[in-house]
Design a protein around this ligand. Sequence first.
Ligand SMILES: Cc1ncc(C[n+]2csc(CCOP(=O)(O)OP(=O)(O)O)c2C)c(N)n1
Length: 361
Amino acid sequence: MPPVHLLPGEAPVQLVDAEGRPTPDAVVPFPADADLLRAHEALVVGRRINDQAYALVRQGRLAVYPSSHGQEACEVAAALVLGEQDWLFPTYRDTVSIVTRGVDPVEALVLLSGDWHSGYDPVATKVAPQATPLATQLPHAVGVAHAATLRGEDTVVMAMCGDGGTSEGDFHEALNFAAVFRAPVVFFVQNNEFAISVPLARQSAAPSLAHKGIGYGVPGQRVDGNDVAALLSVLGSAVEAARGGGGPQLVEAHTYRMQAHTNADDATRYRTDADVEKWRARDPLLRSTAHLTERGLLTAARAAEMTDRAETVAAAMREGLMADVEADPQELFAHVYAEPTPQLREQAAFLADELAREDAV
Ligand SMILES: Cc1ncc(C[n+]2csc(CCOP(=O)(O)OP(=O)(O)O)c2C)c(N)n1
């Protein structure tokens, strides 16, 4: 008997369609109303964070911002399904997820404003630093999960990456190790169709990215990445399966990066406006708004409160990121190793000499 239980379904799981209507014949449970409202508020705030960060780049307050505009349903659901004791391992694109988890938005963006450190305390927040090198955070995530199991702790780790990240060796090593040791990890792949300019078809010939699990003995699931209800349900079940001793789980969300890779990228060179417009009609925030309004759960007063909260967050971002970062260039070398290597000492001395000569001019 082939291990068909490890394979994802034919189509991504959906609970609410693009018009906000419940999908007939749902195969997963519908989240509670309170959870949907909480997720909606996080979506409203998340969209505002993306838009504010984009503006801060244009004002020169942030060096770069990889926006998750259009992917906010994935971002908020990944954080909301976790318990306090769990860990989140994000990529550079997952600022909204980090903030939904409870990290202060200014602290989350300190790195992108030009400072050298992650801005928040990873141990206190149980959020790893945002990884820019693709997939390198995944073996770390597995290590944290495995260590927690050995200590008898009830910890699940949400390990995030993009479609491009699934081509990295680290992705495969992490899945393999996690499966062999039954580490409680949910590998969450946001398939937004592009790795900078590389489309999915040039990235992978697998039937889906969720199919990549079966080779390692990891169950894979596909979910509509713009349907926050389906994401809460699928990711929530994956977390509970991992917590219950079911080993690692792989979830692929189908979504779309609405903006350029970063401000340093011109997306019109590799995709058409028509492609982007097609996805605009599937916007996760509009969908959630339509669904909750239709069901009478989202009143005008409640919606206004959420917008107010989002504006407060945006104002705090503007205020907190106004000041220039005061960084001592020597700190670059300070925390690379517990004992600096001779090469680093030599480079630090070289820099000190350069800076002294600059000061003398
Ligand atoms: C190991 C490594 N190789 C290459 C890069 C350069 N790089 C930065 S982002 C990116 C594309 C990643 O695409 P994907 O994993 O799909 O995530 P997305 O940016 O779409 O969220 C690449 C190749 C990198 N950061 N790390």
